[in-house]
Design a protein around this ligand. Structure first.
Ligand code: SR1
Ligand code: MG
Length: 419
């Protein structure tokens, strides 16, 4: 364990280690009971492979839990990049809210300690991270449907379609201080890939030309900034706000979204676009893996349409059956179905347009920015990796500059398979 991880702050926060997490949890009666037996017999291991936090799996004779603790800096970069511990608070708040609307798709929360920036939750097993499953070529028959449902239920129920304007504003206010996390997204997704930011990296020299070309591509940069504008100015619903395939745990028939520490009120298409971007990245990465992944690549792209179609269907159903908010009030149409049909079609069309744009921005940032994805990184041969990345970059650029050619999920899938 490094000196970094023994960090202590004045309010009682101390970064835990596999050794110190055990006595800490022994002091929490509800967790001690869940683990069972003598604390001396418990085991703990740190398994965090994300960019920001510590994650411990703690096992006892009766059960196991996950303890997730925020570090006061970006783990990926080190102590030179401080990051507020308050993100644990926003993550906890979002997990509680998501559990109200979609409990089957989030981990159960057992305990939260604000001072320690630590949440103890359900140990999901035999789940694995979706991204790792996609790299292994595993098909998950329910994953895309589950993600579509999760998106529809969390986004609808935290929007002005479900909430009164005062309720919505009160909820929005709870997340307004998550500014440091929003700033990471603002910088890393929308800005840094388009100038020579110090922490940028890409497969070099293979992608040097396209990196420079993107930095000098005024129409592309303007299109991306239009989506940054939406990210800054369009608080439609409570977002998970980092819903990539590393934030999803799966089995054959279970799907859970984890890690909503970036949560804030933003455009719905940002969350849907995150899922789709990561399926796009996985799809293009398949060409770089050993063996014939042709059929699997097609399956990955097909899941994009399943996510969107499920989202759209469930969102429309929620709207027709549960609308009680101040937007599109039911007093405007009564039994007139033509109004609600039109309203749903228009809103879904706007969400789809946002989804396409955000998905493209998120695809590009994972290839030219700081934080990359394992899907591409595991392709050892740089020429092969660069060829996959280049196809993804060109596809994303086209989505941003010719969105009229991506007017439906089916068309996007078709084009992705052919690209
Ligand atoms: C500095 S954090 C880099 C990225 O990791 C997180 O998962 C978010 O996607 C963030 O942009
Ligand atoms: Mg995360």
């Amino acid at each position: 364990m490094t000196a970094q991880l023994k960090l202590v702050t004045p309010n009682g926060y101390r970064a835990l280690t596999p050794e110190t997490v055990l006595p800490y949890l022994a002091g929490v009666p509800a967790i001690a009971a869940k683990l069972g037996g003598a604390p001396a017999a418990w085991t703990a291991r740190e398994v965090g492979d994300g960019n920001l936090n510590l994650v411990f799996i703690v096992e006892g004779s009766a059960g196991a839990v996950v303890a997730k603790q925020a570090l006061p800096y970006v783990r990926l970069v080190g102590e030179s990049w401080p990051l507020p511990l308050s993100r644990a608070h926003f993550e906890h708040l979002a997990l509680v809210e998501q559990a109200i609307h979609a409990s089957q798709f989030v981990p159960e929360i057992y305990y939260y300690d604000a001072d320690m920036a630590l949440t103890v939750m359900e140990y999901l097993t035999p789940h694995i991270i979706l991204r790792k499953g996609l790299i292994q070529g595993i098909t998950y028959p329910k994953m895309a449907v589950h993600l579509g449902q999760f998106l529809a239920d969390t986004l609808f129920n935290t929007s002005d379609l479900k909430l009164s304007a005062p309720e919505k504003k009160q909820k929005m206010a709870q997340y307004l201080d998550n500014t440091a996390m929003c700033k990471i997204s603002e910088d890393l997704i929308f800005d840094e890939p388009y100038f020579n930011a110090p922490l940028n990296r890409h497969t070099t020299p293979q992608l040097d030309d396209i990196s420079v070309a993107f930095q000098n591509d005024a129409p592309l940069k303007a299109a991306v900034q239009a989506f940054k504008w939406k990210f800054l100015n369009q608080p439609e619903a409570l977002l998970h706000a980092d819903l990539h395939t590393g934030s999803v745990m799966v089995t054959n028939d279970d799907t859970r979204a984890i890690d909503p520490e970036f949560a804030f009120y933003g455009p719905m298409g940002f969350d849907i676009g995150a899922v789709i971007a990561n399926l796009i990245l996985s799809g293009f990465a398949q060409d770089g893996y050993a063996g014939d992944r042709t059929a699997y690549k097609a399956w990955v792209f097909d899941q994009i349409a399943v996510v969107w179609n499920t989202f759209a269907e469930q969102f429309a159903k929620n709207w027709r059956t549960q609308a009680s908010g101040d937007a599109y009030q039911t007093r405007l149409y009564g039994a007139d179905q033509s109004f609600i049909d039109l309203a749903i079609a228009q809103r879904l069309s706007a969400i789809w347009a946002d989804t396409v744009g955000f998905a493209a921005c998120k695809t590009i940032r994972r290839i030219l920015g700081l934080a990359h994805v394992e899907d591409m990184e595991v392709i050892g041969d740089a020429d092969t990796r660069a060829a996959c990345e280049r196809r993804a970059l060109q596809f994303a650029r086209d989505m941003l500059l010719a969105p009229q050619n991506y007017s439906s999920a089916q068309i996007l899938v078709q084009k992705g398979k052919q690209a």
